[in-house]
Design a protein around this ligand. Structure first.
Ligand code: UTP
Length: 451
């Protein structure tokens, strides 16, 4: 108790001990244990943004180079898949506040016609990949204390969506206290800190601490394809991504997209000194986001949709030197216990970002993606009209329409109608071209292709 008190005083958090004597024994014990475990020094020192003056261009394999090197990359990627050297990691610990759905975002029904959940779609992609490559590709799912039990139960109820025993491997990220505008930790209730999951960057520490990273290394996994649960088109069968990572012995390959317009709200892959990093649009003024280099190209040209391929050796190296991604603060209205009641307080939520691993990587490369084929995020509720379930279903349907058209099928849908193709029928354009049997010549109503 004395140690904790001293530590809290040192970091300006002594208010947390007020009224502690009035808590029952169990609550008091749990509260003190948590107070002792929090890294208060880290909480007091958020990450400092890099000045934009030192910013240059990252090495990016753009669409033209990707096409030119397609065969070489695919060959290397297929070899890694065939060796069983690739795992898929989905981060799914977020609170999904903007979507406003009561449960983990992955449980949200997204299939336009099947009603399948996001988890089912993602798991079926991994199942299709496993079938194609002949290896039970490990699927790591990162949960948080807020989504863990519900996610595990959801997978269990649906028999892991047909994946093999042991193929799905959950691990749970940590949490971090929210603070008020003066940096004081807030309470959710007497004897309980107000906390949130520690961001997608919590994935690194959780992967290490859970033993999952060692497990992967021991199983001969060299590459981890990292996606976010809420991008329903994020490919996991991606030989070019894996192949690039292998060919160039990359510590990390980051998928990037050319921004639709200079003010698009994304994180940007750039070079600072001899390392790549991602600079968020929130860290830049409008003039900075529109900055052009001597060749007339946007300095902040490449947006990151949060898809990466990580080298397992690289992650291991970081773990060995006890690397921990820093905390960033974002201003949020928070529901905190103040003066004997839950009230809205303006404060800071603290999170780690997965892309803070990139500046640690001696070999980092960008790979331009095909936005229409790979990016359909579910962030907001439908009322918002952008990055919401309706737009994601539409983007998926448009992609599938393209696959059909490429096979000579005429597609004539109105804006309420959709096409949905199960990943178990075809998970990629290449799969589709291989299995399509010409069963129809024209699609003019809702059209569902199941396996
Ligand atoms: P977002 O930053 O979009 O957050 O997460 P979110 O939690 O899904 O939604 P909001 O902001 O509360 O509305 C991007 C991805 O990172 C994961 C999410 O699950 C999503 O796949 N994530 C985010 C985590 O796994 N843990 C976190 O602590 C935060």
């Amino acid at each position: 108790m004395h140690d904790i008190q001293q530590r809290l005083e040192r970091h300006g958090q002594a208010h947390l001990l007020e009224g502690i004597d009035q808590l029952d024994d169990a609550t008091q014990e749990a509260f003190l244990a948590r107070l002792a475990a929090v890294d208060w020094a880290e909480l007091a020192h958020p990450a400092v943004p890099v000045p934009a003056t030192e910013v240059g261009a990252s090495r990016v394999i753009d669409a033209a180079e990707r096409t030119r090197r397609g065969e070489e990359l695919v060959r290397a990627g297929e070899q890694a898949y065939a060796q069983g050297a690739v795992a898929v990691l989905i981060v799914a610990g977020g609170q999904g506040t903007r979507l406003g759905y009561n449960g983990p975002k992955g449980c949200f029904s997204i299939g336009a016609l099947s009603g399948k959940s996001i988890y089912q779609l993602q798991a079926e992609k991994v199942r299709a990949l496993s079938r194609r490559t002949g290896h039970a590709v490990p699927l790591l799912v990162m949960t948080s204390p807020m989504t863990d039990a519900a996610t595990r139960a959801f997978f269990a109820e649906q028999d892991d969506f047909g994946l093999a025993d042991g193929q799905v491997r959950f691990f749970c990220q940590g949490t971090v206290p929210s603070i008020d505008s003066e940096g004081h930790a807030l309470l959710a209730a007497p004897g309980r800190l107000l906390e949130n999951p520690d961001g997608h960057g919590g994935c690194f520490t959780a992967l290490v601490d859970s033993g999952r990273l060692d497990e992967l290394a021991q199983a001969g996994i060299r590459r981890i394809v990292y996606i976010q649960v809420d991008n329903i088109l994020a490919p996991v069968d991606d030989p070019e991504l894996v192949g690039l990572s292998e060919r160039e012995s990359a510590d990390v390959v980051t998928k990037v997209l050319a921004k639709a317009h200079p003010d698009e709200k994304v994180g940007h892959l750039v070079r600072v000194g001899d390392r790549d990093r991602i600079i968020e649009y929130t860290e830049l003024s409008q003039d900075e986001t529109r900055l052009r280099n001597a060749d007339g190209e946007l300095v902040y040209r490449w947006g990151s949709p949060a898809m990466h391929c990580w080298g397992v050796d690289f992650l291991h190296g970081l773990a060995q030197r006890d690397f921990k991604p820093p905390l960033h603060r974002s201003a949020k209205p928070l529901q905190a216990w103040v003066d004997g009641a839950v009230q809205q307080v303006q404060g800071w939520k603290c999170e780690r970002f997965i892309f803070d691993l990139i500046p640690e990587a001696p070999v980092s490369i960008g790979l331009e993606l095909d936005r229409a084929a790979e990016f359909a995020p579910v962030k907001n509720a439908d009322e918002k009209g952008v990055d919401c379930p309706a737009t994601a279903r539409r983007l998926a349907s448009d992609l599938y329409a393209g696959w059909l058209r490429a096979e000579g099928v005429e597609v004539a849908l109105d804006e309420r109608q959709h096409i949905e193709i199960s990943p178990l029928y075809a998970a990629t354009a290449r799969d589709f071209a291989r299995v399509w049997d010409g069963r129809c010549q024209r699609v003019e109503a809702d059209y569902l292709l199941e396996a």
